[in-house]
Design a protein. Structure first.
Length: 298
């Protein structure tokens, strides 16, 4: 599996495994460990978490599995996120969901993530959503402290516009390493709003969340022209299913997009890996773009 270099001493696997839905998969700790090991065998060494996934439970489920074979930690890269505070048992009395990128919250949430994951370092910490009340100086202070303590190796953002990303970058003594965005043949806006371009300009690889539109690609009626086109192109390039074509469409982009696979089913994870061998022509790429937008290029 191809690797994408983020810094001199940190690389991610081209395909990343996402753990947002881990709690829904109803796996025993041994089955969770088995899934992690199968990913590693396929060359998927990078795992995407967030403190809030599964109502603050997914990091712990992963950590519980990892504890069965702690030596695997050195073979993987762990990404997690901070900056959202959800209501519920975890925050009794909190009236609504809100964002919190204060230094205090970032430090607290990283300590909790480390404990839940059962690790003493996080490879990449992302600010999950742009916080309108973000004080970039305060975030920078938190990041510098986390880096100096060895708790976090590198930092990035998620769902940030180019201006929001640049604002935070302007206060940091080191480079952000990625922006994790919703990117797929269904969700095209970040290809057009400068988000992908800014990362490309800075030679910063991007992560694509919901690369299959969260499963909508397979069922939404209005996506049937896109589905048909993915099937047609799939036949031309030897793909087994449309998911492979959707991943291949993202992989063709020169900005070095790393799709995050959201399924816990090994055969679907294998499809993502197979997609790295597929090659779309420029014409096929534009055919898929056209089927998604419903119109030709101008
Ligand atoms: N930064 C952010 O704000 C953000 C937001 C959302 C997600 N994420 C990250 O991105 C990761 C991936 O997101 P995602 O889970 O939405 O990814 P996705 O791959 O677009 O969607 C996964 C969903 O599609 C279904 N699916 C996959 N292949 C299928 C097939 N061949 N036929 C029918 N259904 C199929 C899966 O069902 P099965 O489970 O049954 O396979 C699952 O429900 C998450 O785990 C998380 O790490 C980040």
């Amino acid at each position: 599996m191809e690797r994408i270099q983020l810094t001199e001493d940190l690389s991610f696997s081209r395909i990343i495994h996402g753990l947002w839905r881990l709690g829904e998969w109803e796996l025993t700790p041994a089955e969770r460990l088995d899934l992690i090991e199968q990913c590693l065998e396929l060359g998927i060494t990078t795992f995407d978490h967030a403190d809030i996934y599964g109502g603050y439970t997914c990091e712990g489920l992963f950590g519980e599995a990892l504890a069965l074979k702690p030596e695997l930690r050195e073979r993987m890269q762990i990404i997690t996120k901070t900056g959202i505070k959800l209501t519920g048992d975890f925050h009794p009395g909190q009236k609504l969901n809100y964002y919190d990128t204060s230094k205090e919250h970032i430090l607290e949430s990283v300590d909790r993530s480390l404990k839940e994951l059962g690790t003493d370092y996080i490879d990449t910490l992302l600010i999950h959503r742009p916080d309108p009340l973000m004080d970039p100086n305060e975030v920078a202070e938190a990041f510098v402290e986390l880096k100096e303590s060895g708790k976090v190796r590198t930092f990035g953002v998620s769902n940030h516009t180019p201006a929001q990303q640049s604002l935070l970058q302007s206060r940091l003594p080191f480079m952000l390493v990625t922006n994790q965005l919703e990117l797929s043949p269904v969700e095209l806006k970040h290809f057009e709003d400068g988000s992908v371009d800014l990362c490309h300009e800075n030679e910063m690889p991007l992560m694509a969340w919901s690369p299959l539109a969260g499963g909508a690609l397979f069922k939404d009626a209005e996506l049937s022209p896109l589905r048909d086109k993915l099937e047609e192109v799939g036949k031309e390039i030897g793909a087994r299913d449309i998911d492979e074509v959707a991943y291949a469409w993202l992989l063709k982009h020169p900005a070095r997009i790393m799709p995050i696979v959201g399924s816990g089913k090994i055969e679907r994870i294998e499809s993502a890996v197979r997609s790295t061998k597929l090659e779309l022509s420029r014409e096929q790429w534009f055919e898929i773009l056209k089927a998604s937008r419903g119109r030709d290029v101008d």
